[in-house]
Design a protein around this ligand. Sequence first.
Ligand SMILES: NC(=O)c1ccc[n+]([C@@H]2O[C@H](COP(=O)([O-])OP(=O)(O)OC[C@H]3O[C@@H](n4cnc5c(N)ncnc54)[C@H](OP(=O)(O)O)[C@@H]3O)[C@@H](O)[C@H]2O)c1
Length: 321
Amino acid sequence: MMRTSPPRTAFAAGADFPSRRRFIGQVCALGLAFGMAGRAGAQAAPALILRQIPSSGERVPVIGLGTARRYEDAASEADLAPLRATLKAFEAGGGRMIDTAPSYGMAESVVGALVADLGIRRSMFLATKVGANGKDAGRAQIERSFIQLRTDRIDLISVHNLRDTATQLATLRELKQAGRIRYLGMTTSFDGQYDAFEATMKRETLDFVQVDYALDNRGAGERLLPLARDRGMAVMVNLPFGRGRLFSAVQGRPLPEWAGDFDCHSWAQFFLKYIVSNDAVTVAIPGMAKPEYVIDNLGAATGRLPDAAMRRRMEAYIDAL
Ligand SMILES: NC(=O)c1ccc[n+]([C@@H]2O[C@H](COP(=O)([O-])OP(=O)(O)OC[C@H]3O[C@@H](n4cnc5c(N)ncnc54)[C@H](OP(=O)(O)O)[C@@H]3O)[C@@H](O)[C@H]2O)c1
């Protein structure tokens, strides 16, 4: 197996140890609550695997958090409480990257409010998008994102689904130059856009691309991921579970015994470890609105990852269902 042993994790710094202790406590509490006591045990939370953003050398954990759908309509305290607990567990577990977008209903303002409430802005990497036609509309949308996210510096803004790409990239370059954003990029989740996406990747200098890639949706692995590696672009993977599709495909099935060979303890980890074992991938951003998902999914950023032979075995397994 490929063994990835990062020299340092997002929570290895001394200042983050209190968070780490809280997280270990949560792991134990949740482990007991979910019948995983034997797995979580009383040991320290393991180090998270980190990957470099090629344009800067900054390292981020390979599992981030997506906010489409479950963060879109959170208006009441009853809706917000589980999301607050989710972000708290995410930060305590060493998670950093949160992906959102102006088109995800209230998600940007929910993230902004919860991150501010929890006082975790400094440890989070906030990624949002611009999806607008025309320079003025794009600018106005971006200015709203700063307000909704309650920050004066957004870590990453990407052009959403290639909408008016040239215009919006020009604006993003100005913002990066001015120090208001740290990185820029573009996203897609439609294979019908791959040709245009590829052509734009060849033409433009981008810090990040975001694409759909999953164990049962491997098209991006053919050209886009190798191209990102060649062009020095970080890769965020959206739809890592194909929304619920992969869980439905394996419903009622036990994990194969050989999943233990790469320290995989759940189906979520099986799907995520497949993605992040592609070394062109910087971070996968599963949608998570429950703390127990955070603990499960961050587990995919620990231990061994599948090697090439194991990846083929995983593909064959899913293709045969
Ligand atoms: N073009 C774009 O830019 C684009 C397009 C699509 C998505 N995105 C981004 O990518 C993110 C991920 O996509 P997504 O959220 O739509 O789909 P996804 O990550 O493929 O699936 C998310 C769903 O998987 C389930 N889940 C998560 N962790 C689990 C676990 N450990 N065990 C069991 N089930 C688990 C949850 O379902 P339940 O909530 O039903 O329990 C969750 O809603 C989005 O949130 C968004 O930030 C970007």
